[in-house]
Design a protein around this ligand. Sequence first.
Ligand code: NAD
Length: 454
Amino acid sequence: MPQDRPGSAAVPDELNPFETAQRQCDRAARYLPGLEPGLFEFLKRPDKLITVEFPIATSSGDVRNFVGYRAVHSRVRGPGKGGIRYHPDVNPDEVRALASWMTWKCAVVDVPFGGAKGGVVCDPKKLSEEDLQHITRRFIVELNDNIGPYTDIPAPDVNTNARTMAIVYDTYEMMHKGQNNLGVVTGKPVHVGGSLGRREATSRGGLFVTRRALARGVLEGVEDVEGLTVAIQGFGNVGGIAAELFREAGARVIAVSDSRGGVHCADGLDPADATAHKAATGSVVGLPGCEQVSNEELLTLPCDLLLPSALENQLREDNARDVRARMIVELANGPSTPEADAIFAERGIPVLPDILANAGGVTVSYYEWVQNNKNEQWEEDEVNAKLERIMTKATDAVVGKREEINGSLDRLTARRRELGRGEDALDPVDLRTAAFVVAVERVARVSLDRGIWP
Ligand code: NAD
């Protein structure tokens, strides 16, 4: 377990998301022999972590105390950008990891943001709407000027949504009257300065990436999502909308799940029915016409595409060999551990990595921020067309980088040896490492061109 950071996650290293994020970076650096080691260390480590503690007078009449975090990983390419999560398992290492994935994600899609993330340790299921609103307001007041339209810009994540973002905006606006503050947060409701298409953007971006990757031959013999079977873990903002969009694109959604369990229907289910059932009962479990499956079973159902869309560490050394999907599309952040990655590579199961596959959310967040700064409202078609272009370009960059690296392993190995960076021969890379190489190269380049201060 890491000893050098306060508040490390109380989990073994192989399930610590920050360790995972660091290992993913280290692996990419092997393929960048010319990258100066000191610069790489700087790019890899988070810039700062803020911890705040505050009380709330709850609707049940007691006073409860909460801990919140905001990590900024990098501002090399622009202001920090990243969601706010409400979950009992939020901890400093998770927030640091998520912040670093944001840096690499923004670089992969080439939007001018750095990486940040925040969270409050709480269980929204045990709190009222009013309590959550108070938590949001107090958290934002405590963060004070650590967030801002040009410094660090939050967005939705697990258990937060457009309404939460409206409260973030309103609170910040109260503290900074007389200026346009809309750009302080993205993912707002459309009538409060949000962008059309933002709600669907993460899932839509995932669909665009999947289509392009298939068109580029990532999964042998499959050229489009039409007719493919899809299993989705997590039926929230991202997973629920992905179910609708993949179905619209001609895929058959055969299973969905949430924190209470999952349902399976080999003939395909209608995501609208699952949404209605969840709205009525609080879960997709019990959806008529489907058989019940556990979350663990959902991950190992035979299907063409598995879309992990919940939390980290879902695909691990202990279950990766049982996965029967032909390809994995990571809509969640950090769903696969490095050990699972190695197993998928060995088994020939392509993984479209989180820093590419779920980058549609931050891309449309960027469009929202641009619209806010210009006082404009773009048409939804325009947003989606721009999103498709950017996701296609990013997918091409990642697939192209994988081909480039795997076609020059001998040269890269020789260069590493020449520079004294290591003696071992380099292995072929998967799409995750290729995406990290694209990202690290882009951030390093900006860092060098801006100059190491002073
Ligand atoms: P959400 O809170 O709306 O939904 C999360 C869903 O996962 C819920 O349905 C919950 O019940 C389910 N879940 C939780 N634990 C589970 C488990 N063990 N098994 C199955 N389901 C489980 O959150 P979201 O915004 O949809 O985010 C989901 C993932 O996508 C997270 O990893 C998040 O970081 C990532 N992400 C979100 C966005 C965004 O725009 N919201 C953007 C990029 C990435």
